[in-house]
Design a protein around this ligand. Structure first.
Ligand code: GLU
Length: 447
């Protein structure tokens, strides 16, 4: 590895020894962009340090009262990572596992994910260690309002534009936006994205994360001259991204045969491929129990408690749940089952060792979340554009733009991989193309 990169990595390990997810995402990225580091300007300007550390990070307490009158105090975060290309932009995650390390890894990945959308957005992330499970609607509203009471001073349509992530969907964005509007006394719609369709949201935003991932997969299949029709897909999770993947895969003639939750996974050999099943995913989420076994009860398919879906023999694997959900044992299963495509939906779904196994195996083609998972944020940027021109595109128009954006991300990744002699390594190709774009923007804007 490049000497300067080795020093930057060592410094980071020393300074943030207690932040494993953040170190993991930076370390992997440094390895991926290594072939492109042969430029003396980078060290001269200490560019890598400025790229792997966030510009700033806010931490705040989020006090709220539950329905029984009991007080709770959660920890809220917003990390503004990089604004070389545009205003800070990224999701908010409400999950008990949210820590400064998780928020920083998400913000880091978001910066490089956003860069290749071709739209003017920088990178950010945020959230809170709040567990939405089993909370009433009123509790969620009060929590969101308290969260915004702290966050509002740091965000804005030209500053930092939050959106959803795990635990933050259209309902939460509605409560957050309502409070922002009250505090600011103005309807600044593009200060948040993922809004409802009645107050400035974009068509296809909910679908975008999953649709984008399948569009990316479709380009990989096209490259292999391998038809998408009839392909079986294993996915994890049953949230927003999974829902979109099931729908678009069905439309293109493929079928998703697994779903998972913290309780285990289900196997549906006929596919999660009817309107009734798509709607049931939304129902399961609205119930707020976080259990996928409900699907097995409803449709009479097998449920495997405590297991992960990666043991099922399929053509394509798309992790859609959360970071490090796929370990070495899972990667070994995937390779033993002769799975041919590994396409990341969720951010950093594989552990370092698992990713290495998959990437280096000639048996399987791999795509990283910073490319294949960028559909959601791409439509977020389209939502900002629509808000500023006070206009709404039709679903077909947004879908076509999303498709074009995913295609250009694919093209840029494949081209960079080829340019640096990396063959068809779409993960490294994407990281290199995004790195080049952001570094040029940073250099142009001075220290
Ligand atoms: N968390 C989402 C993502 O991964 C949303 C980001 C956004 O729309 O700003 O891209």
């Amino acid at each position: 590895m490049n000497e300067y990169a080795v020093r930057v990595a060592a410094q980071l390990r020393q300074r943030y020894a207690h932040e494993p997810e953040y170190l993991q995402s930076v370390q992997t990225w440094l390895e991926m962009i290594d072939p492109a580091l042969d430029d003396p300007r980078y060290e001269k300007l200490d560019l890598l340090t400025r790229m792997v550390e966030p510009d700033r990070m806010f931490m705040f307490l989020v006090p709220w009262v539950d329905d029984k009158g009991v007080a709770h105090t959660n920890h809220g975060y917003r990390v503004q990572f990089n604004s070389a290309i545009g205003p800070y932009k990224g999701g908010l995650r409400f999950h008990p596992g949210v820590t400064p390390s998780v928020v920083k890894f998400l913000g880091f990945e978001q910066t490089y994910k956003n860069a290749l959308t071709g739209l003017p957005i920088g990178g950010a992330a945020g959230g809170a260690d709040f567990d939405p499970r089993g909370k009433s609607n009123r509790e969620i509203m009060r929590f969101c309002q308290s969260f915004m009471n702290a966050l509002y001073r740091y965000i804005g349509s030209d500053t930092d534009v939050p959106a959803g992530d795990i635990g933050v969907g259209a309902r939460e964005i509605g409560f957050l936006y309502g409070q922002y509007k009250r505090l600011m006394s103005k309807a600044e719609s593009s200060a948040l994205t993922g809004k409802g369709l009645t107050y400035g949201g974009s068509k296809i935003r909910q679908e975008a994360a999953g649709f984008g991932t399948v569009y990316f997969l479709a380009r990989m299949l096209e490259h292999q001259k391998d038809p998408i029709e009839g392909k079986t897909i294993a996915v994890s999770g049953f949230g927003n991204m999974t829902w979109g993947v099931c729908r678009k895969a069905t439309e293109l003639g493929a079928k998703v045969v697994t779903l998972s939750g913290p309780d285990g996974y289900i196997y549906d050999p006929s596919g999660v491929s009817t309107q009734e099943k798509f709607d049931f995913l939304l129902e399961m989420r609205a119930k707020g129990q976080d259990r996928v076994s409900l699907y097995a009860d409803r449709f009479g398919v097998p449920f495997f408690p405590g297991k992960k879906p990666w043991e099922v023999a399929v053509d394509v694997v798309i992790p859609c749940a959360t970071q490090n959900e796929l370990d070495v044992e899972d990667a070994v299963h995937i390779l033993a089952n002769d799975v041919r495509y590994y396409v990341e939906g969720s951010n950093m779904p594989a552990t370092t060792e698992a990713l290495k196994l998959l990437r280096l195996s000639p048996k399987i083609l791999t795509a990283g979340a910073k490319a294949s998972g960028s559909g959601g944020v791409a439509v977020s940027a389209l939502e900002m554009a629509q808000n500023s021109i006070r206009y709404n595109w039709t679903p077909a128009e947004v879908d076509q733009k999303l498709r074009d954006i995913m295609s250009s991300i694919y093209d840029a990744s494949a081209a960079a991989a080829e340019e640096y002699g990396l063959g068809y390594d779409l993960i490294a190709g994407n990281d290199i193309a995004a790195f080049k774009k952001i570094s040029e923007a940073m250099i142009a804007q001075g220290l």
